[in-house]
Design a protein around this ligand. Structure first.
Ligand SMILES: Nc1nc2c(c(=O)[nH]1)N(C=O)[C@@H](CNc1ccc(C(=O)N[C@@H](CCC(=O)O)C(=O)O)cc1)CN2
Ligand SMILES: Nc1ncnc2c1ncn2[C@@H]1O[C@H](COP(=O)(O)OP(=O)(O)OP(=O)(O)O)[C@@H](O)[C@H]1O
Length: 194
């Protein structure tokens, strides 16, 4: 069931033209910028878009122009499976290397990476989402592991799904390890579940 849903969402996502991907992504970025959660955030996790994923890259361009005191971080697969992901700071000098899923990630010593808890705000890639903030991801459980602390502690890290409208699906049945999104940005809506 979930397997079929994942496959059909992957096909939809990757069959977008480059043009409509760029146009939609720009609108989603505008939604993100309009949110107070983003405005107040200093340390921001984002991701390197692949395979037709909605692309948050313009957010960095727009923010850097305004010389705001925001710092952006990209995910790096942790060598510790339980931890899932760590984050490395994005600077003009950052070098990249493809990880085992062929997603470019910044090259860092693991000791220079930070954990998800240290971020204020994170844009989360996804295949599908529902109105309750449940997320269908790539199936690696990376974000669930990295942000599992949100289930037990009061932490200010906010998770925002960055998604195309067509990725909204009927209610997903969450598993007990799933970490819910606090917010979702699409081309036409800002969903706030806090
Ligand atoms: N751009 C981006 N970066 C990201 C994620 C993401 O979804 N998008 N992740 C979100 O978690 C993490 C990587 N997770 C991933 C999990 C599975 C696959 C994947 O392609 N799986 C293959 C089959 C599995 C395999 O090769 O072992 C597939 O689905 O075909 C890719 C990324 C961290 N970085
Ligand atoms: N906190 C956790 N501790 C241990 N295992 C976990 C945890 N969270 C998720 N997992 C494991 O990860 C696997 C994948 O989970 P799931 O299908 O929810 O991933 P996903 O959210 O779609 O993936 P991703 O975050 O990588 O996009 C599950 O089989 C689950 O057992």
């Amino acid at each position: 069931m979930e397997h079929q849903l994942r496959d059909s969402l992957k096909i939809k996502r990757s069959s977008l033209s480059k043009q409509s991907q760029a146009k939609k992504s720009r609108k989603i970025v505008e939604t993100v910028i309009s949110s107070d959660a983003y405005q107040h955030a200093k340390k921001i996790g984002t991701y390197y878009s692949v395979k037709g994923e909605a692309d948050p890259a313009d957010l960095i361009k727009l923010s850097q122009k305004e010389a705001t005191n925001k710092t952006f971080y990209l995910p790096v697969l942790s060598s510790d499976k339980q931890q899932g992901l760590l984050f490395g700071e994005l600077t003009p000098n950052t070098k990249f290397e493809n990880n085992r899923f062929s997603i470019p990630e910044p090259i860092f010593e693991e000791s220079d990476l930070i954990s998800g808890e240290q971020l204020d705000f994170v844009l989360v890639p996804l295949l599908g989402f529902d109105k309750n903030g449940n997320r269908l991801g790539m199936g690696g459980g990376f974000y669930d592991r990295c942000f599992a602390f949100k289930k037990s502690t009061q932490n200010k890290t906010l998770l925002m799904g960055f998604a195309y409208d067509f990725q909204e699906i009927d209610e997903l049945t969450p598993e007990n390890w799933d970490v819910r999104l606090d917010l979702i940005a699409t081309e036409t809506q800002l969903i706030d579940l806090r």
